[in-house]
Design a protein around this ligand. Structure first.
Ligand code: F0G
Length: 352
């Protein structure tokens, strides 16, 4: 739409809002669905792959879909402060929306494991950032207890309004494709987003907006893959810090999404994640953060099992600018340095 009013206005009839809800929005949502022929070609057999590029939301990740709902409902209830645990993106999004609504935003992060862009955002938006000597799972435990004991509203994805907002991404995919895809490939960390997409597809299916439901294909980093091992991982490790989570809060709901959809959980190594990250940037011009590339890495890993002629959507959850350090460390090219400022010397490095 050329007069996009944000996802609450657009999907109001599907969301738990009323006239009394003060809508806090940065006009999130309406993100593009981009065809990626270099990925389709690697699979072959007339498979069509597109990217739901949710890194183009106002704070650079899909969290804004959940946060417009969570913060609007918190404001409606009279909250003065919100709190979250975060590997970075939730903190940036919570900070932006809470400050826009005039609230304090407390964010608890694992010290040393949040990408630079995310920390920069949270601080400039005006969040009160608390770095703990622990991981995301430790932080989530603390904020759950904090919200039970102090006047602060929890805005992690255990807040049901978060998933309500995030389910609109599935609506947008169907609105563009005209039906659900055959597979929906998605990175899994705390397991809120896979749960939300599954809710969205089901709600659209019930009102005949789509004629089928996708297989939900969830991908975790190999060092942080509790759904693949079947039990929480005490010390999760991966360079994809956004999904460095060992004990997902939405465990049962995500497992239900995988089972009901006849989908799968699979693990991808950091190397496979980085390969997909580089392919997306250097062959498609799509810059995502490493955790996001897990969806494409996973699809490529199981490519021989993709049905011929199928329509696949991979979700890219976060913008590449979130994590400049990873981009510079893992890019194919390096900067030519110390070049004299004249055409002859520049032409020499160009190979002319
Ligand atoms: N991709 C990115 C870029 C993320 O930031 C996250 C989660 C996920 C995927 C996984 O989504 O948790 O719903 O399964 N980030 C959270 C955060 C944990 O704190 O920003 P999920």
């Amino acid at each position: 739409a050329n007069n996009w009013q944000g996802l609450i206005e657009t999907y109001r009839s599907y969301l738990p809002v009323s006239e009394a809800t003060p809508v806090v929005t940065l006009l999130e949502g309406n993100t593009p669905l981009i065809p990626v022929p270099s990925i389709s070609d690697r699979i072959g057999r007339q498979v069509k792959v597109s990217i739901k590029y949710d890194g183009l939301n106002p704070t650079g990740s899909f969290k804004d879909r959940g946060m417009t709902m969570a913060i609007s409902k918190a404001k409606e209830a009279g909250a003065k402060a919100v709190i979250c645990a975060s590997t970075g993106n939730t903190s940036a999004s919570a900070a932006a929306y809470a400050r826009r609504a005039g609230m304090r935003a407390f964010v608890i992060i694992p010290d040393g494991y949040v990408a630079l862009g995310k920390l920069a955002q949270a601080l400039l938006y005006g969040a009160e950032v608390i770095a703990i000597k622990g991981n995301f799972d430790d932080a989530l435990k603390i904020v759950r207890e904090a919200s039970e004991n102090y006047p602060v509203t929890l805005v992690n994805s255990v807040n049901p309004y978060r998933l309500q907002g995030q389910k609109t991404a599935a609506f947008e995919v169907v609105d563009v494709l005209g039906d659900a895809p055959d597979w929906l490939c998605i990175p899994v960390g705390n397991a809120g987003n896979i749960t939300a997409y599954w809710m969205g597809f089901n709600e659209y299916y019930q009102v005949n907006k789509c004629g089928k439901l996708p297989k939900m294909m969830g991908f975790q980093a190999a060092g942080a893959a509790p759904f693949i091992s079947g039990a929480p991982v005490p010390n999760p490790e991966t360079m994809a810090t956004a999904i460095r989570i060992g004990n997902p809060a939405n465990w049962d709901k995500a497992l239900n999404a995988q089972k009901s959809s006849e989908g799968e959980f699979n693990a991808v190594t950091d190397r496979e994640i980085l390969d997909a990250y580089r392919i997306l940037a250097s062959e498609e011009g799509i810059f995502c953060e490493p955790a996001s590339a897990a969806s494409v890495a996973g699809l490529l890993k199981v490519k021989d099992r993709v049905p011929a002629n199928s329509n696949i959507v991979c979700v890219l959850t976060g913008n590449g600018l979130k994590d400049p350090d990873s981009a510079i460390t893992h890019s194919i090219n390096e900067t030519y340095k110390d070049i004299e400022p004249n055409l002859a010397d520049v032409a020499k490095v160009m190979g002319f």
